[in-house]
Design a binder for this molecule. Structure first.
Ligand code: IMP
Ligand code: MG
Length: 174
């Protein structure tokens, strides 16, 4: 049984933060060829909101990454279920994820895309679970730091449920 324990960020708080991040990104990338890469599935809602606030036409692509294996860093592996379609050589790439936890997913994608000759490769995350990091990842833009709680909503799931919630909540698993 899963129970919503506490709403951490309501729709208004999320909207305000997304606006701030989009303003920073719009300022920093003005005049550049920007490709937003949405990390499926969790980043779908964040990406959709963020891209509408970016003040110039950016391109959009998707990568589907998921982790498998035990949750220790040594045995954890990232599986790429779907790669991006764009050729990123000479482009400014911004990887978009809703949450960073151990950092393994972002680390894997930074290495993978870094080998393809982009002009720039940076990251934006809405939530940062700082205490669980096992690998250091540079975060160019980040929304909120959160404690070590499992969260759902705004694209994020627990067993594929709760992605549709418009707010972000911590859950209790009984
Ligand atoms: P990392 O590779 O450990 O940084 O994990 C990143 C991915 O794990 C995210 O893209 C999410 O899909 C998932 N994830 C991590 N923490 C949570 C959470 O609290 N709720 C839902 N998904 C999470
Ligand atoms: Mg998941």
């Amino acid at each position: 049984m899963i129970e919503i324990q506490e709403i951490l960020f309501d729709e208004q708080a999320i909207e305000n933060k997304v606006r701030e991040l989009a303003a920073e990104i719009s300022r920093d990338y003005a005049g550049k060829d920007l490709l937003l890469v949405c990390i499926l599935k969790g980043a779908i809602t964040f990406t959709a909101d963020l891209m509408r606030r970016i003040t110039f036409p950016a391109a959009l692509d998707f990568v589907h990454a998921s982790s498998y294996g035990a949750s220790t860093s040594s045995s954890r592996r990232i599986l790429i279920k779907k790669d991006i379609e764009a050729d990123i050589r000479g482009k400014h790439v911004l990887l978009v994820d809703c949450i960073i936890d151990t950092g393994e997913t972002m680390d894997c994608l930074l290495k993978r895309f870094g080998e393809r000759g982009p002009a720039g490769l940076k990251t934006v995350v809405l939530l940062d679970k700082t205490s669980r990091r096992t690998v250091e990842v540079p975060l160019a833009y980040k929304g909120f730091e959160i404690p070590d709680k499992f969260v759902v909503g705004y694209g994020m799931d627990c067993g594929e449920k709760y992605r549709t919630l418009p707010y972000i909540a911590a859950i209790r698993q009984a």
